[in-house]
Design a protein around this ligand. Structure first.
Ligand code: CTP
Length: 403
């Protein structure tokens, strides 16, 4: 999955011949999973139709502050558009638009939106070679860069005039790659590696039966997604779970038993910076696994259980630089039990869920947690979606790491 997935991209199109390439540009952003809205300057409609761009972007195209012909038409709010965007791209950016952007002229919707936008703004100039070399254009590029806007430089090649030289708008693929790389480079956890466990484990009784639990895996998967959004590389060791994830930053390692989870965790633990063990691992497994289905009998069936290895405790013993986080699901004496686990397993942080809290626990979509750190500071949180809980946990880890 691209870092552009889910991003709100506002594409501003000005009146250059390269505007015809913006159809591909819109398509590429959509293929990356971005949401796209297009603003066109009135003159750019001579180069590509709004219908093409609205069809490809799956959104109406904006061009004027309001439509004079349609009295029911709403005013196009440039402030809303500017605030909506996670990033704005002006492509092609003509010499005329560049100079107006420098001056702060806002005589069309695109320019007014540019002035209102709080997000990163990228611009891809396109013009004839002499215009591109003109000192006034060079001044515009320098000023816009000084304002914090990001130049996607024009390339060399044959121009619409027939002349050959610098001034061609960068190709749509290159524009998207440029932005993707730039977004990636700014992610705060870029280069960090995280080990996560999620879901239940299944311990076989015979070929068709197992001992398991109701853990959905959602909390661990939400943590994986939230870490990935911040640029970290995730090793997600998952027990049987219906949760799905598709993100190139997340490596999913599927396991079934506690022993398989133990082996996988030890394989990755050495190279990670942070490890969070959110799985509901079986504490016991059948001592003998029948190799044929156990038949029903009148008498009581006894299955002898033996303890599984405690993965979290084993990692606590060998941890070096890793920040180690565990979960504790408790029904009584919650704080004391959680502190006991934190200390016994040599953790940096423990996430406590109390089954006395409605909406907390490992089966549902919400959770209510208290975080306890090694200095025994306790930070309680409200009932939240597991996606929001994941963000709270990550924020606290980052606070502690930066402290
Ligand atoms: N855990 C683990 N390996 C196990 C059992 C638990 O890694 N075999 C981890 C869980 O992923 C969780 C933490 O340990 O992060 C707490 O698990 P829990 O079962 O609640 O703790 P226990 O120490 O087993 O205590 P108890 O069952 O008595 O509450």
């Amino acid at each position: 999955m691209s870092v552009l997935s889910g991003k709100k991209v506002l594409i501003g199109i000005t009146a250059g011949i390269a505007a015809y390439k913006t159809a591909s540009l819109v398509r590429l952003f959509i293929k990356k999973g971005a949401e796209v809205q297009v603003i066109m300057t009135p003159a750019s409609k001579d180069f590509i139709t709004p219908l093409t761009l609205s069809t490809l972007s799956k959104n109406p195209v904006h061009s004027t502050f309001f439509n004079k012909e349609d009295e029911n038409e709403l005013w196009n709010n440039h402030v809303d558009l500017g605030l909506w965007a996670d990033l704005m791209l002006i492509a092609p950016a003509t010499a005329n638009t560049l100079s107006k952007m420098v001056q702060g002229t806002s005589d069309n919707l695109l320019l007014a939106t540019y002035l209102s936008a709080k997000c990163p703004v990228y611009f891809a100039p396109a013009m004839d070679l002499d215009m591109y070399q003109h000192p006034s254009t060079k001044n515009s590029l320098a000023s816009l860069k000084a304002y914090g806007n990001k130049l996607i430089p024009a390339t060399s090649g044959e121009l619409a005039s027939g002349l050959v030289g610098e001034g061609r708008m960068a190709e749509p693929e290159d524009i998207v790659n440029f932005i993707e790389k730039d977004v990636l480079s700014k992610l705060p956890l870029r280069g960090k590696k995280v080990l996560l466990t999620a879901g239940p484990t299944y311990e076989a009784i015979d070929p068709v039966r197992f001992i398991g639990n109701h853990s959905s895996g959602k909390m661990g998967f939400e943590l994986a997604k939230a870490f990935a959004n911040l640029g970290a590389e995730i090793f997600l060791v998952a027990g049987p779970s219906n949760e799905q994830v598709s993100n190139s930053f997340i490596h999913r390692i599927d396991v079934t038993t506690a022993e398989e989870m133990y082996t996988a965790c030890h394989e990755y633990f050495k190279k990670v910076d942070i490890a969070i063990l959110a799985a509901a691992v079986a504490d016991y497994r059948p001592k003998q696994v029948a190799n044929q289905k156990i038949k029903k009998k009148e008498s009581v069936l006894q299955i002898e259980l033996e303890p599984t290895r405690d993965i979290l405790a084993s990692l606590g013993k060998i941890k070096e630089q890793q920040f180690l986080v565990g979960f504790a699901l408790e029904t009584n004496d919650e704080i004391a039990n959680a502190i006991g686990k934190l200390q016994r397993k040599n953790l940096d942080l423990i996430v406590l869920n109390s089954l006395q809290d409605k909406g907390a626990g490992f089966a549902g979509a919400t959770n209510k947690i208290t975080l306890i750190d090694k200095n025994l500071n306790k930070i309680p949180f409200q009932l939240k979606s597991k996606a929001d809980v994941a963000i709270d946990i990550i924020n606290e880890i980052l606070n502690q790491l930066n402290a």
